[in-house]
Ligand binder design. Structure first.
Ligand code: GDP
Ligand code: IMO
Ligand code: MG
Length: 425
């Protein structure tokens, strides 16, 4: 039997999943995404190479890895084709190693337009989405009028579905939001052409991955976003529209739980979040600016500055519980190198009660009174360190505390963006 491992985000995304997936890739045969879309931006760096992946699993950068876009995803075909071209231009081979689930849902231009129009209309109550149409596309899916990848291959079905859904979306875009509407005929022609361009890659993803598992191949499940952005378990409504937690693998790929053998949670050594919503340990001061600058905390997809703050153990405990995290990969430890002191949130008071996990009901920032334990900084460079023994004692204390509090082992500690800059334990 192959060993199948999930790599997922433990915070609000951008934990460094791309780096960790790439690092571990060698031991796997298949890398599959199970949720999300091109709201994700996964960075991989090695040597002098730099890649930013959005829809395509990070495994694509390795020869002979089968990469699958699972049916729990929402796929914008234009974005996918663009990503394929960009990667090819960088010398990446994309042939039969990239497959797309036939029952994944498709993002259409009206989804994107609605996403943007709603955010505009919401004003200060906006979610701060990536504006890629993710939410409206999942809405179409759950509303049972979505268009699936397989529909791109059946012109008559596609025409009828686009005509029906476009008319309704146009009414909302035009009357409610006073925005431009879309011509269903044009959309049909565009999407039929996308179908032709992608036809060879479209397959039953569920059968494919289960055949691979049965044949003893090892699968890595690449999470997008993070646990606190999960539609059910995250900081609703400031979340994304998919299940980012481990259960999303079962529903988004058609893989039974018994085939998920290990869960690796990727933990940034501090916390970031893009978009609105509660962030109890946020630093809206010079220190927050320092973390943003040193950590280069600007969105891979949108270039937006990320909000920054201290590590939050209540978030990590929640994540460990929801996902059954076996091991953690701590990233960006080097970003903390210059600090005199490093506070870590150990829990909070929420409306007078003490919480060691993240209460799902509390949305507003002011609901939280974090309680901190402060660690001494190590004030020396850890950048590029590859051996645990070489870490300064204060950094080891920091790592050990995270391990204790999450009841997991930090099997990977990342000390720089590049593949080489990693401690494997
Ligand atoms: P993902 O969405 O979880 O894959 O994370 P992103 O790629 O969006 O953001 C993580 C950022 O941190 C990227 O720019 C990475 O190159 C960078 N990064 C990852 N690990 C480390 C690390 O250990 N140290 C530093 N300094 N940067 C890192
Ligand atoms: P990766 O995979 C960080 C956030 C958005 C917004 C909320 C909803 O790179 O970690 P959406 O466009 O999904 O409807 O936006 O979710 N968000 C992310 N934040 N990393 C991501 O992906 C994200 N994908 C979505 O900023 O707050
Ligand atoms: Mg990212």
């Amino acid at each position: 039997m192959g060993q199948n491992v999930a790599v997922l985000g433990t915070q609000w995304g951008d934990e460094g999943k791309g780096k960790i997936v790439d690092l571990l890739c060698e031991s796997f045969d298949v890398v599959a995404r199970y949720q999300g879309g091109h709201n994700a931006g996964h960075t991989v760096k090695f040597g002098d190479k730099h890649f930013a992946l959005r829809l395509i699993p990070s495994g694509i950068l390795h020869a002979n890895k089968l990469c699958l876009l699972g049916y729990g995803m929402v796929i914008d075909p234009a974005a996918l084709l663009e990503e394929i071209e960009k990667l090819r231009a960088l010398g990446v081979t994309i042939e039969s190693n990239l497959k797309i689930s036939d029952s994944a849902h498709v993002i259409l231009p009206y989804h994107k337009a609605l996403d943007i129009a709603r955010e505009e209309a919401a004003g200060t109550a906006k979610i701060g989405t990536t504006g890629r149409g993710i939410g409206p596309a999942y809405e179409s899916k759950v509303g049972r009028y979505g268009i699936r990848v397989a529909d791109l291959l059946d012109a008559e079905v596609l025409r009828a579905k686009i005509e029906f859904t476009c008319a309704e979306r146009n009414a909302v875009l035009g009357s409610v939001y006073k925005k431009e509407t879309f011509d269903p005929k044009q959309l049909f022609e565009m999407y039929v052409a996308f179908g032709q361009q992608l036809a060879d890659r479209i397959t039953s993803g569920t059968l494919l991955i289960n055949e691979q598992i049965r044949a003893g191949r090892s699968v890595m499940f690449e999470g997008a976003q993070g646990t606190m952005l999960d539609i059910d378990h995250g900081t609703y409504p400031f979340v994304t529209s998919s299940n980012t937690v481990v259960g999303g693998i079962c529903t988004g790929l058609g893989v039974a739980p018994k085939h998920i053998h290990k869960v690796i949670g990727v933990v940034k050594a501090y916390t970031t979040r893009v978009g609105a919503g509660a962030f109890p340990t946020e630093l809206e001061n010079e220190m927050g600016e320092h973390l943003r600058r040193r950590g280069n905390e600007f969105g891979t997809v949108t270039g937006r500055p990320r909000r920054t703050g201290w590590l939050d153990l209540a978030v990590l405990r929640t994540c460990a519980m929801l996902n059954g995290v076996d091991e953690i990969a701590i990233t960006k430890l080097d970003v903390l190198d210059e600090l005199d002191e490093i506070p870590v949130c150990v829990g909070y008071k929420v409306r007078g009660a003490t919480w060691n996990t993240f209460p799902a009901f509390a949305v507003a920032h002011h609901d939280y009174e974090p309680e901190y334990r402060t660690f001494k900084g190590w004030k020396t460079s850890t950048a590029g360190i590859t051996s645990y023994d070489d870490l300064p004692p204060q950094a080891k204390d920091y790592v050990q505390f995270i391990e204790e509090q999450t009841e997991t082992k930090a099997s990977i500690i990342s000390t720089g963006p590049r593949r080489e800059e990693t401690i494997l334990r």
